[in-house]
Design a protein around this ligand. Structure first.
Ligand SMILES: [Zn+2]
Length: 102
C-alpha cells in the first residue's frame, strides 16, 4: 500500500512513483480470491468486510414518548397504568413508605 500516485497503463499494469511496474494477476489465476465487495463504501474491520446499512435519515427518526418512574408516586395506590406496572414503581413505593411519604 502506497500513498503516492500509482499510474495505470492501458494494458492494466501499474506504474509506481519509483518507476516499478506491476502486472496484476488475472482473477482466474489468483491464489487468494478478492473478498472486497464492489461497493466503494465497504469498510474492512477485523478482517471482515462490512457494507453500510440502509437506515432511516436522521430527520425521519422519532423516539417513543417516555414517562419517568417517579410519576407513579403521584398516582393512587393500586393504580394499574403502565408506569405503575413497572418493577421500578414497586421499589419507589416501598422506599416512599419507608420514608413516611404515605
Ligand atoms: Zn399509575
Amino acid at each position: 500500500m502506497t500513498h503516492r500516485e500509482v499510474r495505470q497503463d492501458a494494458d492494466g499494469s501499474r506504474v509506481y512513483a519509483d518507476g516499478h511496474r506491476y502486472q496484476p494477476v488475472p482473477p482466474e489465476e489468483r491464489v487468494n480470491a478478492i473478498r472486497r465487495p464492489d461497493d466503494p463504501r465497504a469498510v474492512r474491520f477485523h478482517g471482515r468486510w462490512f457494507l453500510p446499512l440502509d437506515v432511516l435519515p436522521e430527520a425521519a427518526r422519532s423516539l417513543p414518548e417516555t414517562r419517568p418512574d417517579e410519576e407513579t408516586l403521584e398516582h393512587r395506590a393500586a393504580c394499574t397504568c403502565p408506569v405503575c406496572a413497572r418493577p421500578a414503581a414497586r421499589i419507589l413505593w416501598r422506599r416512599a413508605r419507608r420514608r413516611g411519604y404515605k
